[in-house]
Design a protein around this ligand. Structure first.
Ligand SMILES: NC(=O)c1ccc[n+]([C@@H]2O[C@H](COP(=O)([O-])OP(=O)(O)OC[C@H]3O[C@@H](n4cnc5c(N)ncnc54)[C@H](OP(=O)(O)O)[C@@H]3O)[C@@H](O)[C@H]2O)c1
Length: 240
């Protein structure tokens, strides 16, 4: 899984490990990945660390090969890396746009494409991508981010249909607001915090531990009849 070095990805890694998955943990920061691996091992799980930049196809291809070499086979692919540069579109640079696309959308393509030769011949597999509530509701400053996450939803839907014939399920989780490194600055501002929680019917932000059970469901045989879907875990934000 990518995005495993901190935040929601780390919480998901711990939940998958508790459910019995042996993990290959990827993101760029080796020390942070090693901390996740230490936490997994502390709970009795097994995790291998492979620092990877998801925007590089050769690195993601090497990651999949390392995973198969280390664990014997690939059952589950979690594409959870993501970045958010919050900037009004009129101030954004082409470099901002390219960076967000490269990590958030190309990163998911890279994970799916590089996993294909390991999953398709086995006629089984689970792919879990990460989208966002901001692909469904607009928020000033997030147009670039929203576009990348909308792309993830479309990719997930189409690939779910394309890979159904191979027995592989492709789904996405669209988190609402969870306080992590990514949005700590926004939530530090009481005005923004008040506005964001006002928009959430549950009137609170998510807890990182609330992501894990959904990931375990999407990674398990319990979800074999679900594919191409994006599940919003957002306290009702996208439904309101
Ligand atoms: N927090 C929320 O409220 C929220 C809401 C909706 C969606 N999401 C999505 O959930 C995912 C995790 O977000 P988070 O809140 O947990 O953010 P976070 O704490 O900032 O974590 C982001 C993760 O992505 C990794 N990453 C960033 N750039 C990368 C790259 N080029 N290559 C490989 N890995 C990279 C980071 O690791 P390194 O820096 O070590 O590479 C880290 O593991 C993201 O896709 C985000 O868009 C979050």
């Amino acid at each position: 899984m990518t995005g495993a070095s901190r935040g929601l990805g780390r919480s998901m890694a711990l939940a998958l490990a508790r459910a019995g998955a042996a993990l290959v943990l990827a993101a760029r920061s080796k020390p942070d990945l090693e901390e996740t691996a230490r936490l997994v091992a502390g709970g009795g799980g097994r995790a291998v660390v492979v620092p990877t930049d998801v925007s590089s196809y050769p690195e993601v291809e090497a990651l999949m090969q390392r995973a198969v070499a280390a664990l014997g086979r690939l059952d589950i692919v979690v594409n959870y890396s993501g970045v958010a540069r919050v900037v009004p579109l009129a101030d954004a640079t082409p470099e901002d746009w390219r960076y967000m696309l490269d990590v958030n959308l190309t990163g998911v393509f890279n994970g799916c494409r590089a996993a294909a030769p390991h999953l398709i011949p086995r006629r089984a597999g689970k792919v879990i991508n990460v989208a966002s509530v901001l692909a469904a509701v607009g928020l000033p400053g997030y147009a670039l981010y929203a576009a990348t996450k909308g792309g993830v939803i479309a990719l997930t839907r189409a690939l779910g249909v394309e890979w159904a014939r191979h027995g592989i399920q492709v789904n996405a989780i669209a988190p609402g607001w969870f306080v992590t490194d990514m949005n700590e600055a926004a939530f530090a501002d009481p005005g923004i915090r008040e506005r964001l929680t006002r928009d959430i019917p549950a009137r609170r932000t998510g807890h990182a531990e609330e992501i894990g059970p959904l990931a375990v469901y999407l990674a398990s045989a319990a979800s074999d009849f679900m594919t191409g879907q994006t599940i919003f875990l957002d306290g009702g934000h996208s439904a309101a």
